[in-house]
Write a protein that binds this ligand. Structure first.
Ligand SMILES: [Zn+2]
Ligand SMILES: [Zn+2]
Ligand SMILES: [Zn+2]
Ligand SMILES: [Zn+2]
Ligand SMILES: [Zn+2]
Ligand SMILES: [Zn+2]
Ligand SMILES: [Zn+2]
Length: 1756
């Protein structure tokens, strides 16, 4: 800060004192004294206040210099005992560094974790280590660091494999075991110890010092001044704006200063805002406090004595110094650790390290950062002391966490954040559990902080205040710590670990007990609930604990003794919970189908029910784990399972499932959205593993221990369906029950849900322990069912699968066995498709399907089956066998109660009348019957081996029903239903069932020896019929789709313009047809002359060929293009462009002064015109545009909605294709021309023309003089009489109708306005120039594009570009009529003078500074303004040809001057076929050298020169051919329609040029020689040649977007070292790369905003104005996102060209898969840019996604 210098001129006395100071002597003195601490303190007391804090502003450079000299110097001398630089170097040399990398990450730096080898996801490598490690060949994850943390390379515990990179590979002799202190002398150790002890103590004392006006003993300064600081501290409560506002008020500073104060406070945690006497500071303090205390607690401000601040500054410095010193030697580091952890005088936990930790929350941010950094580089880097530190950390844990919860700083600024560095080390974690009981401590601390409980002791989050909610969020970090501790499971258990783990388990079940039954809900009847109850806190807790619960179970599973003990503890906990419930005490007895059971009376719909049952669910998990153990197979009776009765086990999970069913049935509508949300999360992939899934397991466990009939009766009772199925005549439901329709509907849904539940209980066997499966089977099945819905991308699958605590789904292990990968194209993403053979695993009632998933999957699977010509039935799949503990579940399928239910539903289904049963109900019943049959088949197969089965489902369903007696059997019912006409959709399934029944019967009859028949076989006839049906359906479907598409197109078109132009659309819209131009001009010519496009011999269109008829897209009327007819216009978009620029450093022109007549060959700024090719009447377009304007005005009045187009700037969307446009180009007919036979040759013609010019110039001067003075001053001006037939006063007829004239002005003005960025002014003389320029530039850019895409010059352009170029060129030839003729004549005079030097014309550029194609186009297009005065019979065609010849020669000369290479290559010296050209070009070159000897080197290779000329001039010839083709309408010869040889000759022929272009020179050598001399005489030529770096080489190469690295992390790395260019080395938050020029920018940040045209804009927008003339293409590196910008208001995001191995982009870098450059996609972006389609792309994106319109693009 500049102010500092004047404020503090250090007294000269002090200066001399400083100069005489000797660090060496001081250190020597210290070596002698007995009380070193006192001595050092005195030194500090004396010097620190003299160096630091001498004025209002701090001056870090000066202070650091002095501190180094006066303070650190003596310490280092003392420590080393010699010159510090020598001593430290020795230390470094003797050091044997440990193998840890320890690289500390910067914000935004890439980090890598191996998904195969990392112990947990927090283990990361830095880029250097990663690239040198084995993991780069593994599956890895890449993320960007949030700052802090360090590289784990070299930590053997962090990696299962490959812990070292090449660089950190340990040497042969493992030196890490040796004590590093062994290398140091005893004196050195002692001295180091002394210094470290004193300095660390000093720093700790000062940083934890809380008195404002008093210093610690021994530090009182000799002379105490009377200066104070008003110190402002950071908090996380007040906003930036509040602080800035308050400061402006309190200390009278400018806004800029206030911003700077606030920034420092935010970064460092505190900042002095005032310096002076006590009173002065106190005053500021009170203003700040008063101003910030209104709503919240005030900002913290302290008035502190300056000497205290000074010592605190030095204390920070001292800690930094310690950090630096210990880098020289591991031994010093170890000594520092020792000093820090040494127990202080107050006994336990009183070491300096303890003191710092315990004061953490009292310190300001800057101090915390410094000492945390020191801990990281010392304690955490030394294996021995890391352990000791971890113990201290664990002992203080509770205190630290409590402090943290009360503190308001983010976790990254808290010492508690260091937990990850210790708890994730498995050996440390295990040690802390066993020795410090860490697990219990963490859980207890967590529970202690959640104090809000209800009467039963459960958590209650209702009516949480904001502050409590804040605290709740902070407490959650404890769960993170617990996760770290548990993340690696023990491989061996000791007794102590068992004991401590189980103690922790106890604490954990206490925690879960507080959650069991929390947030209960009661069904709301009558009124809707008044207020949505709080539910998110409880779910947050559940979600955060999900992984912990899973990990607890996995720990248990790794030791059988622990598992059994934990199971017992969990049972006890559940028993406790049950004793707390008071509902449903009344016992009742249920009976059905001859069975009866006792239960309690309880209705979910009437009493309290909770979705939170973590204790039950933990027990369910442990039960499944027990079932996997040896004990479960051998001694199930020894398992502790009888403590709770099975009905008690299932009670609460069942209630929860019933609640879901009832919500589904609409019974809980009045309870609002909170309940809907809870049910959603209950099933959601993030929660279901420890919620829904476990409830299902608990029901399976309970049911397996009960009589299935009893179980089902209880289920019916809880579903409140018991009365329906228990009544004696339940089968006659339809007749009896004609109650309320809603109730019937409700019950139907409940029956469906209940049947679904039964299907799941019997059918879900893919959990290890429930069924005989592996965990990979489970994940495989999940994937199969996801892919049964539709093919999915990798990321979609990941989202649908549960992740474990390491964020892994396990998908990679199995995906290839069930799916095929299909690569993406240029758009879209890679997809996994189900392997066809896996479709047989499909289960329609898969428990994780939502209803929507289920119906989509059903449809998709049926469709596939139909396409394969199969029966579309979807039978239940074959299932794995149950584990023994669950084996009895299969009996549920054949139990009496279930069969009763099935029979009843089938009986109801006999009646077609709707209402009393539903299709889904029947479908489920049929599915259950199918499951029974499949089960029986499986039993038959296996019984062939073990010869024993009592599962006989077919027998059971063949028996008649029991109640009422003698009702038909299920089988009989099915046989009847098979033919029921109302059950068409279920016929396939019924037929399938009957077939299986028959097959089973056959099998049984064949005495169990024959295998069951193939269930899929069916008769030929059926197949044919099905195929027929399928075909018919397919055709109908196609027809429907076609209809829909047409309708959609129709309504789309209507929506966008018909509504706004109602009056225009009276007639039918049916024939709206997008085909537009029916131009005839491209039809092969009937003329048999040679195809030449320019000159007197050129091809001329006959009358019919000239006639062109087009259709207006708005009114659909046809219209012929005529000069005197109604104007027809083409929607067009004009934009500035730098796409072809060869000089991006050229600053933008000043729009008011810029003279655009001559384009520089660097093409740095051009004006491009594009069109979608849609044609309208000019009046139709005007009406349309007015309607758009009116609508926009109305819209702005109503509300500020943005649109993708800027009406005020003349923008609109093409009414047909919605392409962004900002003007229209009028369509003009070909001009009629004829040619008289006799035409002058070049020199004659030049002669005539120069006479004409002379006459014109003098006439112009005369009229200028007249208008200036009003007097006819003829003196010397009128000395040139015009040549014959040249009438200066002639005013030609304007051939155009008024509407065409109007449109000529419209487009001309638009081009002028956009091209120069000025206000429209149709009178400006630059209007025609801009039009010619746009014509030339657009043709050049299209020519370039065709080369880049390797397409032939003619015949490959899309229609829209063809139409655009043709109308643009013809417009160019007519635009002079809309301007003042003398202006255009004047332009012509100046243009011609560039070729034919004319002393009367000033400021003519030299030929090196002219783009020749632009010159040619301007000459040709401006000439008519001169030609119209001529009546002597001179042909315009002749003039065009002469222009062409002149410019071509000039261009050859230009190329010869610019492209002579430094190194001559001598090959092909002898030349060949083109010998004549080579000789001639040599001669010409030598002529040039004769004129410019000093500027040109000698060249002897004619071949080479000719090669340069040919290559250099080709783009010009091609562009010229395009130009004259469109101007004169001459069809192109077929040779140019194809690529390849012969192009040169064809081009030259078409352009009426000799193929030896040098003939142009030598045929008129005399004339040309003079011109050549004139060109070379221009001083600019020599100048240009001498500064050859500025020369533009021809041909100009195409610009391409910058090269990007293949590996995305290289970009991240590049961006992480990028700092904001404006705020002195700060990291940029959004580093953004310009893909056009490669500049890195600091985007989206206040620091880099600049003012552009009076508005604040971000770095990107500002950059586009120089680099891309307003259009920009960027890569946002942190987001992995491409950004398109256009102007200040338009922008969109675009998919980045980086893909992961699964063919997906990762916008936002959320998934962390490695990304690689996809060249194809990058080329696509480049093509958009080269085609000038970026703005159009933005327009389409914004139309498609309205939210993009609202973004403030200019701030990026
Ligand atoms: Zn590293
Ligand atoms: Zn390494
Ligand atoms: Zn690995
Ligand atoms: Zn029209
Ligand atoms: Zn269009
Ligand atoms: Zn750029
Ligand atoms: Zn910046």
């Amino acid at each position: 800060m500049a102010a500092a210098e004047t404020d503090r001129d250090a007294p000269s006395a002090l200066c001399s004192e400083f100069l005489n100071f000797s660090a060496k002597d001081t250190a020597a003195k210290w070596l002698q004294v007995s009380n070193l601490p006192k001595e050092v303190y005195q030194h500090l007391a004396c010097y620190v206040p003299k160096i630091y804090c001498l004025g209002p502003n701090l001056n870090p450079q000066n202070e650091d210099l002095l501190a180094q000299l006066l303070l650190q110097g003596p310490l280092e001398w003392y420590l080393c005992g010699e010159e510090p630089s020598v001593g430290l170097a020795k230390l470094e040399q003797d050091n044997q560094p440990s193998q840890l990398c320890g690289h500390v990450f910067k914000v935004g730096e890439p980090t890598y974790s191996c998904r195969e080898c990392a112990a947990d996801p927090t283990c990361v490598l830095c880029m250097q280590c990663f690239l040198g490690s084995v993991h780069k060949e593994h599956r890895y994850r890449m993320t960007t660091s949030g700052g802090g943390g360090f590289c784990d390379c070299g930590d053997t515990e962090a990696w299962k494999k490959g812990p070292y990179c090449q660089k950190h590979e340990p040497n042969i002799s493992d030196c890490s075991q040796k004590d590093p202190l062994a290398n140091l002398s005893a004196e050195m150790i002692a001295r180091t110890y002394n210094v470290f002890a004193i300095i660390l103590k000093y720093a700790v004392d000062m940083l934890t010092w809380d008195k404002e006006d008093e210093l610690p003993e021994g530090l009182e300064p000799p002379a105490r001044g009377d200066t104070y600081y008003c110190m402002l501290f950071n908090d996380e409560v007040h906003t930036y704006e509040q602080v800035i506002y308050t400061l402006q008020k309190a200390v009278n500073c400018t806004q800029k200063e206030a911003v700077s104060f606030a920034t420092t406070v935010d970064r460092d945690g505190r900042k002095s805002v005032r310096f002076g006497d006590f009173q002065f500071c106190e005053q500021a303090k009170s203003v700040i406090v008063r101003n910030t205390s209104r709503q919240t607690k005030p900002l913290r401000v302290q008035v502190m004595h300056s000497s205290i601040v000074a010592h605190q500054c030095f204390a920070l410095k001292a800690l930094n110094w310690l950090g630096q010193i210990i880098r020289y030697s591991d031994a010093l580091r170890r000594i520092l650790c020792q000093v820090g952890l040494q127990r202080g005088p107050e006994g336990e936990n009183s070491s300096l390290v303890d003191t710092l930790m315990l004061c953490d929350s009292k310190m300001w941010k800057g101090a915390r950062n410094v000492y945390h950094q020191l801990f990281m580089s010392s304690l955490l880097m030394d294996p021995k002391y890391k352990k000791l530190f971890a113990i201290q950390f664990a002992r203080n844990y509770e205190r630290l966490q409590s402090d943290y919860v009360k503190d308001d700083h983010d976790r990254e600024f808290s010492v508690t954040d260091l937990s990850v560095q210790m708890f994730t080390v498995p050996s440390l974690a295990r040690m802390l559990i066993t020795e410090e009981n860490l697990m219990t401590t963490i859980i207890r601390t967590f529970v202690d902080h959640l104090r809000h409980r209800d009467l039963q002791g459960r958590f209650q989050f209702e009516r949480y205040t904001a502050q409590q909610a804040f605290k709740f969020r902070r407490v959650q970090s404890l769960i993170g710590d617990l996760k770290y501790v548990l993340i690696s499971r023990p491989t061996e258990w000791g007794d102590q670990l068992r004991e401590k783990y189980l103690e922790g388990f106890d604490a954990f079940s206490e925690l879960l007990k507080c959650m069991q039954g929390m947030d209960p809900v009661v069904r709301q009847v009558g009124q809707h609930i008044e207020m949505e109850p709080e539910w998110e806190a409880a779910f947050t807790l559940q979600m955060k604990l999900t992984h912990i619960i899973s990990m607890m179970q996995e720990w248990c599973a790794s030791d059988e003794r622990v598992l059994i003990e934990a199971y017992k503890k969990c049972l006890i906990a559940l028993t406790h919970c049950h004793s707390g419930f008071t509902d449903g005490e009344q016992p009742i007895t249920l009976s059905m189908c001859g069975h009866s059971v006792d239960t309690i009376r309880y209705c979910v719909s009437q009493e309290k029910v909770s979705i939170h049952l973590p204790v039950s669910r933990l027990l369910a998990g442990l039960h499944a784990l027990l079932s996997k153990t040896e004990a479960a197979y051998r001694f199930p009776e020894q398992l502790p399972m009888s403590e709770l009765s099975p009905p008690m086990l299932i009670e609460h999970p069942l209630r929860c499932l019933v609640l879901c069913a009832q919500v589904h049935a609409g019974m809980w509508r009045r309870n609002g959205f909170s309940l809907v949300n809870q049910i959603y999360y209950y099933h959601n992939v993030k929660c279901r593993v420890e919620m829904f899934d476990k409830d299902l397991i608990m029901l399976q466990a309970g049911a397996s221990m009960m009589d299935p009939n009893h179980f089902l009766m209880i289920v019916l009772s809880r579903f409140e369906l018991y009365h329906i199925f228990s009544s004696a005549d339940c089968r006659k439901r339809y007749g009896r029950e004609n109650a309320n329709k809603d109730v019937v509907q409700q019950n139907n849904t409940l029956i469906e849900e209940m049947l679904h539940l039964v299907i799941m209980i019997v059918g879900e066997r893919y959990t290890a322990g429930v069924g005989q499966v592996e965990s990979s089977d489970e994940i495989r099945r999940e994937i199969v069912h996801q892919l049964c819905i539709r093919p999915m991308a990798h990321s979609e699958l990941v989202k649908a699968l549960p992740e474990n605590e390491n964020k892994e789904t396990g998908m990679e292990r199995v995906i290839d066995s069930v799916a095929l990968f299909k690569k993406p194209g240029v758009t879209g993403r890679g997809l996994y498709k189900l392997r066809p053979e896996c479709a047989k695993m499909f289960n329609l009632y898969f428990h994780h399907y939502s209803r929507a998933d289920q119906s989509k999957a059903e449809e998709a699977q049926r469709k596939i089956k139909r396409q394969n010509g199969e029966d579309s039935v979807l039978p239940p799949p074959v299932l794995p066998r149950f584990c023994p503990l669950f084996a009895s579940l299969v009996n549920m399928l054949q139990c009496d109660v279930l069969l009763g239910i099935l029979g009843a539903v089938l009986q109801w289904a006999m009646e077609p009348s709707g209402g009393h049963w539903s299709e889904s109900m029947l479908q489920r019943v049929l599915h259950l019957i199918g499951m029974g049959l499949v089960e029986e088949q499986q039993h038959l197969i296996s019984s062939a081996e073990d010869n024993e089965t009592n599962f006989n489902f077919t027998l059971k369903i063949s028996r008649p029903g029991e109640a009422p007696a003698n009702t038909p059997s299920i089988l009989a019912l099915l046989e009847t239903l098979q033919n029921a006409p109302h059950l068409e959709v279920h016929k396939d399934m019924i037929r399938w069932i009957l077939k299986i029944v028959a097959a089973i019967k056959t099998t049984r009859e064949c005495t169990a020896s024959a295998p069951p028949s193939d269930s899929s076989g069916h008769s030929q006839e059926e197949t044919v019929r099905d195929k027929d049906k399928a075909e018919r359906k397919r055709k109908a479907e196609m027809a429907r789709l076609r209809r829909e598409k047409i309708m959609a197109q129709m309504s789309e078109m209507q929506r966008h313009f018909i509504n706004e132009n109602k009056e225009l659309f009276q007639q039918s819209l049916d024939e709206l047809d997008p085909s537009t131009s029916s131009s005839l001009e491209h039809s092969p010519s009937s003329c048999d002359s040679v195809l030449v496009c320019v000159g007197p011999r050129r091809w001329r269109a006959g009358g019919s060929e000239r006639r062109q008829v087009v259709t207006c897209i708005l009114c659909q009327e046809e219209q012929e293009i005529r000069a005197d007819g109604k104007a027809m216009v083409l929607a067009a978009f004009v934009q500035r462009s730098t796409v072809m620029s060869k000089n991006r450093k050229r600053p933008p022109h000043n729009p008011d002064k810029y003279d655009p007549l001559f384009m520089h060959p660097d093409l740095s700024f051009g004006t491009h015109t594009g069109s979608c090719g849609h044609i309208m009447h000019s009046h139709c377009w005007q009406r349309y545009f007015e309607a758009v304007q009116a609508k926009e005005q109305r819209r702005q009045q109503r509300l500020r909605v943005h649109t993708s187009y800027d009406v005020e700037n003349g923008e609109f969307l093409c009414p047909l294709c919605e392409c962004l446009s900002n003007t229209v180009i009028p369509l003009l007919p070909l001009t009629k021309t004829s040619c008289s036979s006799e035409q002058p040759d070049l020199s004659q013609w030049l002669n005539i023309t120069s006479q004409q010019m002379k006459a014109l110039i003098s006439a112009h001067r005369k009229s200028k003089a007249n208008s200036a003075e009003g007097v006819d001053d003829t003196d010397g001006v009128n000395s040139y009489p015009p040549p014959d037939g040249f009438k200066l006063d002639h005013t030609p007829n304007n051939p155009y109708s008024s509407t065409i004239k109007e449109m000529l002005t419209t487009f001309g003005t638009a081009t002028y306005k956009v091209g120069l960025k000025v206000h429209p002014n149709e009178q400006d003389p630059r209007v025609p120039i801009m039009c010619w320029g746009s014509c030339a530039y657009t043709i050049q850019s299209i020519e370039k594009l065709l080369v880049d895409e390797e397409k032939p010059l003619f015949g490959s352009l899309p229609c829209r570009q063809d139409d655009c170029l043709s109308s643009l060129t013809r417009f160019g030839s007519a635009c002079w009529t809309a301007s003042s003729h003398s202006t255009v004549q004047n332009h012509f005079i100046r243009l011609l003078a560039a070729l034919v030097p004319d002393p009367r014309v000033e400021n003519t550029p030299c030929i090196l500074d002219i783009d020749m194609f632009h010159l040619l186009v301007s000459l040709v297009l401006s000439y008519p303004a001169v030609h119209c005065l001529d009546s002597s019979g001179l042909s315009e065609d002749t003039a065009q040809l002469h222009f062409l010849h002149l410019v071509t020669v000039a261009h050859i000369v230009q190329i010869l001057l610019t492209s002579v290479p430094e190194e001559m290559r001598m090959e092909q010296e002898s030349g060949g076929a083109e010998r004549e050209e080579e000789e001639r070009v040599c001669m010409l070159y030598n002529t040039l050298r004769a004129h410019l000897s000093s500027g040109l080197r000698e060249v002897s290779s004619g071949w080479h020169l000719w090669h340069c000329v040919k290559a250099g001039i080709l783009p010009y010839l091609r562009a010229t051919a395009l130009f004259f083709h469109y101007l004169n309408g001459a069809p192109a010869p077929p040779e140019i329609h194809a690529l390849g040889v012969g192009e040169w000759e064809a081009l030259c022929g078409y352009l009426c040029l000799p193929s030896n272009l040098l003939q142009l020179y030598y045929n008129n050598q005399e004339l040309m020689g003079t011109l050549l001399q004139g060109w070379c005489a221009h001083p600019g030529v020599l100048q240009g040649l001498q500064s050859s770096s500025a020369l533009i080489r021809l041909p100009r190469e195409s610009n391409h977007l910058i090269d990007l690295p293949c590996d995305y992390s290289a970009l991240i790395n590049q961006a992480s070292s990028f700092t904001c260019p404006k705020s002195g080395g700060d990291k940029s938050r959004a580093p953004t790369l310009c893909l056009v020029c490669g500049t890195m920018l600091c985007s989206q940040s206040y620091c880099c905003q600049t003012e552009l045209e009076g508005e604040d804009v971000g770095a990107c927008t500002a950059h586009t104005f120089a680099c891309g003339a307003g259009v920009g293409i960027f890569l946002r590196v942190r987001e992995s996102q491409v950004l398109f910008l256009a102007g200040k208001t338009k922008g969109c995001f675009y998919a980045p060209p980086y893909l992961d191995d699964y063919g997906e982009t990762d916008q936002g870098l959320r998934r962390g898969n490695p990304l690689h450059l996809c060249q194809e996609r990058y080329r696509k972006i480049q093509k958009l840019w080269r085609q000038h389609s970026i703005t159009e792309e933005i327009g389409h994106a914004q139309e498609a996604n309205q939210t993009l319109v609202g973004i403030d693009w200019q701030h990026l």
